[in-house]
Design a protein around this ligand. Structure first.
Ligand code: GCU
Length: 673
């Protein structure tokens, strides 16, 4: 049965005609070198090609016509080919047809491994393979998953079972799934994984010696695949784990504790990546508990890790109940600290200033900290986008953010150029995705959520890739290359995020979800426990209008952006319509540039979102001939649930807003049930 376990590495037999035409030089595999990484690359090529060609592809010990040659220039046969390896960097690759040989080479073994996966991707996506001439290098240095996995194996915001990391059985037993996890991530070129949740006690427990040994066992599985392990750490760990009386970052004993801890970790995991920290946010302990700054805290850890070349990823997701607009708090806290962080610190910000909403403007932290390495944090797990149930392809969201222009150094200062380090010439660059992986047979809960893991990895390698290209690649590898399937389903995926925005939070609304579980609508909620958690605070709807004034006459969040951006966001006419209510409080009668008034437009967006889900259902039904029964059915079932949920979002939201606007429903919109 096709249960989705194989992800996009399915390697099912290609059509005979395609093999004859497109896979000419793959009759045997010759791997140069014997490192675990080269052996992994050889194994993957053999597994992949044998599956795709429908016959066992042998290993070769001598070069003959039609062979695939893989390795690094340490091998003379590769060195003398004069491949353009200077453009491949430390982790990239060259794939080149030389005579009747396909050469896959990297400057490092891991580069060659990435090349092997790229070659298999080409074969699976029916690329032309007889005159290859490809050079590729990742644009971002650290490309990692952030697991929000607790040490008891529950997942924070996970919708796909429990943690695949079986801490009880580690380090004694290594589940074979760990290797498949490493293969999947390496196939995308990811090179890091944070194993534990930055929120809560897991970030302390995982620093206990017994747990470091468990992490070391996992590191052993990841290492051949070029993936380093990191741990989330709790700021108060010196007290919880070390028994100290304080965690004050300026206390010498505390500083020593972190140094000793780092030394211990590196004894067990020589290539350990570093720490991810959530401090002074949502009740987590942090340096401010001692009157110290985020820089004091981060630098203390950075000093402990520096001798081992470890990195501190310090999260910029900080806010607390305060009269200040929540969306301004992250920038307010970090802007004064710009330039104060040690070189091995990365400040990791969520893409938007609030919290992974269906749509937010980019966070002003990007572009606002020219003297700080600023890392991107996306959320792959769909906490605010319908969990594993709703079909929402996230690449368009991420692409929208990455292509946003911060204007920090004039036009063209995109978020992608901040994140890849090139805009401010930063020594470090990073991108992280909060993982959607769990013990579900299909890893992600739904088949289409595998596409989000895939897309995150592809964008991490190249933030300039197009979401359409990524969707097509994924579909061809995951289902079939038949254009009668790929074209309509690509279109469906590309529209799916906007559809969710329409039925959840159109026109720049945000934080309209039900409290705590965050699934389903709650625009009317005004008792979520804290004012800054109340949906009503984020829509501010009354009989006169709706939206939050974040211009100079209001919260003035616009002032955190570079002048050209601030100017545009200050003027409702110049603000993109899809962010209108994020920045402006407007009367219901406001004339929309796209036609109609604000009230009518809002209602139409909700209705449109539901109609689009119905269209997705119809479209998927037509795909039945192309998809195996099991994966067809789970997707069809989830779309039916999504349709019901979308109706609930539409009806609940319209009913609430109508109860304050007292306006009649525009024509063509059904009355809330
Ligand atoms: C959101 C989410 C939390 C998570 C937090 C974070 O607020 O609901 O569960 O801990 O983000 O990113 O730390």
């Amino acid at each position: 049965a096709e249960d989705g376990y194989d992800l996009w590495l399915r390697y099912r037999p290609l059509e005979k005609a395609v093999i004859a035409r497109d896979v000419p030089y793959a009759s045997a595999i010759m791997a140069q070198g014997a490192s675990p990484t080269i052996l992994a690359a050889r194994e993957e090529l053999q597994r992949g090609l044998s599956g795709l060609l429908g016959k066992r592809v042998p290993l070769a010990t001598a070069l003959k016509s039609g062979t695939i040659l893989i390795g690094t220039p340490k091998d003379l046969a590769i060195a003398k080919l004069a491949l353009p390896l200077e453009k491949a960097g430390a982790e990239g690759y060259v794939i080149k047809t030389v005579g009747r040989t396909t050469v896959i080479a990297g400057n490092s073994d891991v580069g060659a491994l990435h090349g092997a996966f790229a070659y298999l991707r080409l074969v699976q996506t029916r690329g032309m393979l007889n005159s290859l001439d490809i050079v590729s290098a990742p644009k971002i240095g650290l490309r990692m998953l952030n697991h929000w996995d607790n040490v008891d194996r529950t997942l924070e915001r996970g919708y796909s079972g429990i943690s695949i990391f079986n801490w009880w059985e580690l380090p004694g037993h290594l589940d074979p799934q760990y290797k498949d996890y490493a293969r999947a991530n390496a196939s995308l070129g990811l090179n890091g994984t944070v194993l534990t949740n930055p929120s809560g006690v897991s970030a302390a427990t995982s620093l206990e010696t017994a747990w470091i040994k468990k992490a070391a066992a996992l590191a052993g599985v990841m290492r051949p695949y070029g993936i380093k392990v990191y741990l989330s750490v709790r700021f108060s760990a010196p007290m919880e784990v070390g028994g100290l009386k304080t965690a004050d970052p300026l206390d010498p004993q505390v500083r020593q504790w972190w140094k000793d801890k780092a030394d211990e970790i590196y004894t067990l995991i020589p290539d350990f990546g570093g720490f991810l920290v959530k401090a002074n946010s949502e009740g987590q302990p942090g340096p401010q508990d001692y009157g110290r700054s985020h820089a004091d805290g981060a630098n203390m850890m950075a000093e402990a890790l520096a001798p081992h070349h470890g990195i501190v990823l310090w999260r910029a997701f900080v806010y607390s109940p305060s009269p200040e607009d929540r969306v301004k708090q992250s920038y307010n806290e970090f802007k004064p600290l710009d330039g104060k962080f040690l070189p091995n610190v990365i400040v990791q910000s969520k893409n938007g200033p609030l919290d992974f909403q269906p749509r937010e403007p980019f966070s002003p932290v990007f572009g606002g900290l020219p003297n700080t390495s600023t890392g991107m944090e996306f959320q792959i797990t769909k906490e605010y986008l319908g969990f594993e149930i709703h079909l929402v392809y996230l690449a368009p969201l991420w692409q929208e953010v990455l292509r946003s222009d911060t204007f920090a150094k004039g036009e063209g200062s995109t978020v992608a150029r901040v994140v890849d380090g090139s805009l401010f010439q930063r020594p470090l660059s990073s991108i992280a995705g909060a993982s959607n992986i769990g013990t579900a047979r299909n890893w992600s809960g739904s088949i289409f959520d595998q596409a989000n893991w895939y897309a995150f990895g592809r964008l991490a390698w190249d933030p300039d890739l197009d979401s359409k290209t990524i969707a097509e690649e994924w579909l061809k590898q995951t289902f079939t290359a038949d254009p009668k399937f790929v074209e309509p389903v690509t279109e469906m995926m590309l529209g799916s995020r906007e559809t969710a925005v329409d039925y959840m939070t159109p026109l720049g609304l945000a934080h309209q979800m039900a409290t705590s579980h965050h699934y389903g609508p709650g625009p009317w909620v005004d008792d979520a426990g804290r004012p800054d958690w109340n949906p009503v605070y984020y829509a501010r709807a009354d009989e006169n209008g709706i939206g939050v004034d974040r211009t100079a006459t209001g919260a003035n969040a616009v002032s955190q952006y570079a002048a050209p951006v601030a100017k545009a966001f200050s003027d409702p006419k110049a603000t993109p319509e899809n962010l209108l209510l994020w920045f402006h409080h407007l009367p219901w009668s406001y004339a929309m540039p796209s036609g109609g008034n604000l009230w009518e437009s809002l209602v139409h967006h909700y209705a449109h979102g539901v109609n689009k889900v119905a269209e997705m259902q119809t479209r998927w039904q037509a795909m039945k001939p192309f998809v195996d029964a099991e994966r067809f059915q789970i997707t069809a079932d989830f779309l039916a649930m999504q349709k019901e949920n979308a109706e609930l979002w539409r009806d609940g939201s319209i009913a609430y807003f109508q109860s304050v606007s007292h306006l009649p429903l525009p024509d063509g919109v059904p009355a809330p049930a």
